[in-house]
Design a protein around this ligand. Sequence first.
Ligand code: UDX
Length: 438
Amino acid sequence: MRIGVIGTGHVGVVTCSTLARLGHEVVGTDRDASRIATLEEGSVPFFEPDLEELVREGLQAKRLRFTTSLPEAVAGAEVVFICVGTPPRLSGEANLVAVENAARQAGRAATGPLLIVEKSTVPFGTSQRVLRSLQMERSDLDGHLEVASNPEFLREGSAVEDSLHPERILVGADSDSAHEVMRRVYEPQIAEGIPFIATSVASAELAKHACNAFLALKISYANALARVCERAGADVRQVTAVMKSDPRIGGDFLDAGAGYGGSCFPKDLVAFDRLSSRLGYDFPLLREVARINDEAIAAVVDKTRDALWNLDGKRVALLGLSFKPGTDDVRFAPALSIAKAMILEGATVVGYDPEAGANAKAEIEELEIARDAYSALVGSHALIVCTEWKEFAQLDLARVKELLEYPIVVDGRNLFADRDLPGKGFLYYPMGASAVEP
Ligand code: UDX
């Protein structure tokens, strides 16, 4: 099938290359010419494991190509995916200007019947708007323009795996014909036994909000428990282990720590809250989830202050700057909030991240970036784990102790919880349990 993909950010590139792997003829487009040039050379302008290989595979098989010309990507396509950015406005609502532009331009460029698929995370109701925009542009194609919602559930860092082997494919459409087209798009995956969930457009749009908000809620639940455990002398890891053993609760997304970040959860929660209130339903639970997350981030700063007495004049080493391991994305990264708070209190903050150093530096000028984990520790008064990259778990703790001015570890991800740091001479601050003296 001939498919166009508008927008070559994280979601767009993963979508393009996955569709090419599924055997379709895919043309991706973006107005950013340098991004397109990079992709045409088989490189990906951001870090995502295995994605470059998938892009190259598509280019070599000639099933995938890129262009700055949106009309070229759309002409002859049966399906066009919209994967443009939907950044938050100051109000928290998603800014949908790029979605509208993509829809209108796709409508103008259509050479025949067209199914537009929303892949970007958009608020409920967007498809109606997209359809109306298409119809306004092309009254001559009346009855041959349709819109479907096909939310992605991919996680950064494992986006390729999530996209090639998803747990489910969700398609919201309001006609059998649109569902039929989408079944053809995903035919190879459906044949492998991946469930295809067909819903109305409204349900699909809401399902995306529902999933992300619920996952964030699970994390905040664990983080609120962490605060209680710290006060009760319990250990949140033991408490959540019991919860995780109950299949009704489920084992994932119950790890307490420095809170969630990233391009989805923080933004989606606010957008879902705004949407609910616009629909006439107050949903304070969502705001509470966000508040508990802020509290989890603040807990790391509080623990560091508790350890060092005053942050003013101290030097602290932050290990991990991305919002989670396996990505160079620092959007809403707890590490950045922690760094800013500490700098504000007069600390010098030096950070190290295997991938996200440059992105973090671009956000916080005062942040010093070290070239490896050990150099970050030289002369620092405390080590703070913000992101649980695998390489940090393997640090030589004797060397860590030697390099630090004071043997203090604030473990924002409970990464060293099983390595007996107090036994090795550290003052150890886990999340969700009391600090332990050496
Ligand atoms: C998320 C959803 O998982 C995905 O389905 C959706 O499409 C986009 O949003 P992503 O933002 O890439 O994906 O990251 P995810 O792996 O979900 O982690 C989000 C944040 O939660 C990270 O900051 C992570 O550190 C944190 N987290 C996760 C916890 O603090 N505790 C946990 O138990 C799990």
